[in-house]
Design a protein around this ligand. Sequence first.
Ligand code: FAD
Length: 424
Amino acid sequence: MKIRSIDDVTRPVEYLSPLDEYLGKMIRRWAEEEVIPNRRRYDEDWRDHRIIEPAFRKLMGEMGLQRMLFPEDLGGWGMGHSDYIGTGACRMFEEIARADSAMAVAFGVVFWPLVMICCEPHVNRRLCEEFAPMFCRTTEAVFAANAMTEPQGGADIENMEILGGSTIRTTAVLDGDEWVINGHKLWPTNSGGVSSLFSVICTTDPGVNDPEAFAFIFVPAHFPGVTQGGPYEKAGMAADKNGDIWFENVRVPSWYRAHGPGLDYMYFKEVISMGNLGSIAFVSGALMNVYERMYDFVTEHRYAGRLLREHDAVAGALADFAADLEVIRICAYQYARMLDRPDIYGPRWSDQLVAKGRAYKYFACDRAMADLARLMNLMESYGADRDWDIEKHWRDLKIVQLWMGGKQLCQMEVARWFFECETL
Ligand SMILES: Cc1cc2nc3c(=O)[nH]c(=O)nc-3n(C[C@H](O)[C@H](O)[C@H](O)COP(=O)(O)OP(=O)(O)OC[C@H]3O[C@@H](n4cnc5c(N)ncnc54)[C@H](O)[C@@H]3O)c2cc1C
C-alpha cells in the first residue's frame, strides 16, 4: 500500500490562503472526475475542443471560478481585494496543472488582463462594472486573453526596462472619445477563436522608448475590425488555443484603457510577475503528477528480478527528481507569498520581483526538463508510451520553458537586476 502522496511534498503551510483547502479539494475532485480520465484524448481535440470544453465549462462557468477576481457586489468572489491572491492562485494552478498544464494556463490567462483592473491597489471600478457581467452572469466558460506578442517578436515587448515599448507596432490613436487600434498579435493563450475579451498592448507613439506611450487597452472580441485566425497545432498543450488576431481600425471607448500614461506600463509589470508565478506553479503541479506516475512505474516494474526503485542507479535519479520537486514547489509558494506581501517585499510590479520571478521560472523549467529526460530514460520504451503520461508532461513543460520571452530574456533580466548590467 502507498503511504506517501503528493500532499507530502512540502509547501509553507503557515502562510496559505484561508481558501486553500476548500479550493484545493474542489479542483482536485474536478480534475480527477473531469480531466484525468479524458486527457489522453486531448491531443486529437486541439482544433475543436469537443472533449476539452465541457471540463472548462464545469470549472469556470458552473463552479464559478471565472468570477473570482471581481468585487462581490458585481457578482464576483472579491479575490481582487484579498491578501492571498498569489498563494490562492498558486494552489489552483498546481491542482489544474497536475491534470493538464494547458488547462491551467488557459484558466490562469482569464485573470491575466483582469489583474490590471480588479486587484488592489489599482482597481478600475468602471471597467470592473463593464466586464463583470460577461464573466459573472453565465454558467458557460468565458475566456480572456492578453495579447502582447507580435510577428516581429514577443520577447522585446516584455523587455520593457531596456526597450520601453519601442518595438510595439500595434498602435492606438485617440480619436475624440475613442481609441482606434490597428495591429497584428499572435500566440496569446485563449486566442484561436476562444476569447470574448482581449487586453491589447499598444503604443500611442510608435518607435519611442517612453513608458507614457505604452497602452493597455481592453477590446471585446466581437467589436468590428477584430479578426481571429484558427488555432495553431503545437507539440502539446492542446487545451490552450493559440493563433493570430488582427485589429483593423477597431474603435473602443477611451476609458477602456486600463489606467493611462505611465500607470499602464508600471502595473503591466505586475502582469508579468503573475505570469511567472503561474508558469512556476504549472511546472510544480505537472511534476506532482509525474511523481505519482513514476511512483507507480518503479513500484510495478522490475529489473534483474528486483523492483526498479530498489536499484541504486534508479534510486539516485528518483532522489534527484524528488529534490527538485521539493525545491520547485517551495519556490512557487515563496514567490506567491512575496507577491502577496507588498508591505515586506515591495510592489508586485517592482523590477526586483519581475527579475526574481523570471529566475524562479527558468530554474523550474530547466530542472523539469532535465528531470523528465532522466526519468524517461529510466522508463525506456514506456517513457514514450501515452499510457504513462510522462511524455505528455515532457511536451507540455517544454512549452512553458518557451513562452514569456523564453530562457534568454529571463537570463538577461536576472543578470541585469543582480549584477546591475547596464547594456543588456
Ligand atoms: C503556448 C504558448 C502560449 C503563449 N501565450 C501567450 C500569451 O498569452 N500572450 C502573448 O502575448 N504571447 C504568448 N505566447 C508567445 C510567447 O510569449 C512568445 O513566443 C515569447 O515571448 C517569445 O517571443 P517570440 O517567439 O516572438 O521570440 P522572439 O522575441 O523573436 O525571440 C527570438 C529569440 O531571441 C531571444 N531573445 C529575446 N530577448 C533576448 C534578449 N534580451 N537577449 C538575448 N536573447 C533574447 C529569444 O530567447 C529567442 O531565442 C505564447 C506562446 C506559447 C508557445
